[in-house]
Design a protein around this ligand. Sequence first.
Ligand SMILES: C[S@@+](CC[C@H](N)C(=O)[O-])C[C@H]1O[C@@H](n2cnc3c(N)ncnc32)[C@H](O)[C@@H]1O
Length: 298
Amino acid sequence: MSRQAARALARPVPVAVRHLPVMAGEVIEFFASARPRLVVDGTAGGGGHLVALVKAFPKASILAVDRDPSAADALAAAWNSRSGLVIRRASYTSIPEILEETGLGKADAALFDLGLSSLQLDDPARGFSHSLDGPLDMRFDHGTGPYASELVNGLPEADLADIFWRWGGERWSRRIARAVVSARPVESTLDLASAVRRAVRGNPVKSVSRVFQALRIAVNRELSELETLLDGLAGWMAPGGRAAFITFHSLEDRIVKRFFMDSPDFTPCRPAWRAPTDAERLANPRARSAKLRTGVRS
Ligand SMILES: C[S@@+](CC[C@H](N)C(=O)[O-])C[C@H]1O[C@@H](n2cnc3c(N)ncnc32)[C@H](O)[C@@H]1O
């Protein structure tokens, strides 16, 4: 991390961070050379990166969005109309309309820290964790869309197996789907986890994680959201603008990688991707699988 980024991250800000931001120093350093006037945090979540961005670029306008109403409301309450900071509850696919409506212009820097936040994972009522008892919800935007329980209890066995295979990479997908269907109604996260455990041979912990990941991706249509975002990205980033993506599993990472390789509008940065340092991984085990990919708008 450069001395400038380290100094910026050490400055105090008025908000308690409830999600440890992943590779924040690397992101700030990457954005700093664009001297951004408008920064977009497309997945503001617990506000961890947002705090770092506000500290590092105090003169920039910042647009922070999150699809999760609890996250967006908490950020709005914490930042309480700080000047230059616009917070919206929205999908990142709506960023072009928000920029248009607010007149903020084109972004010089944009961050997408994909996946789910510690706040979401640690709240049993959200249903994301397989080790906390809760309802099978798993919606980021808990006002809309199907619950995970609707898929788990309503889909034909073959469709469930397909979800577990395609979005979880789970080799026991058919056996698990059969076990889940015979355990219906599956009411809670722990019910689902134990149905999965009963179905697999070998290490069940990984299978349970993969099934939960697959359902979360299906419920939130995560990969098609990401593809829609990437399709429109060049349209709202300024020439020379810098885009950073932090991914946590190979499905989303592959989409971002291919985008930077194939897009006529972005030049991928070297190295092609970066991982958190050993020290960060030790301090924040949830950062373990993170990959940072970056590109510059031509
Ligand atoms: C890993 S967390 C971000 C954490 C944040 N960077 C921080 O440091 O606190 C990912 C966030 O992305 C949000 N999210 C997921 N899909 C989204 C979408 N399509 N549009 C906007 N936000 C989304 C989730 O609700 C979650 O809060």
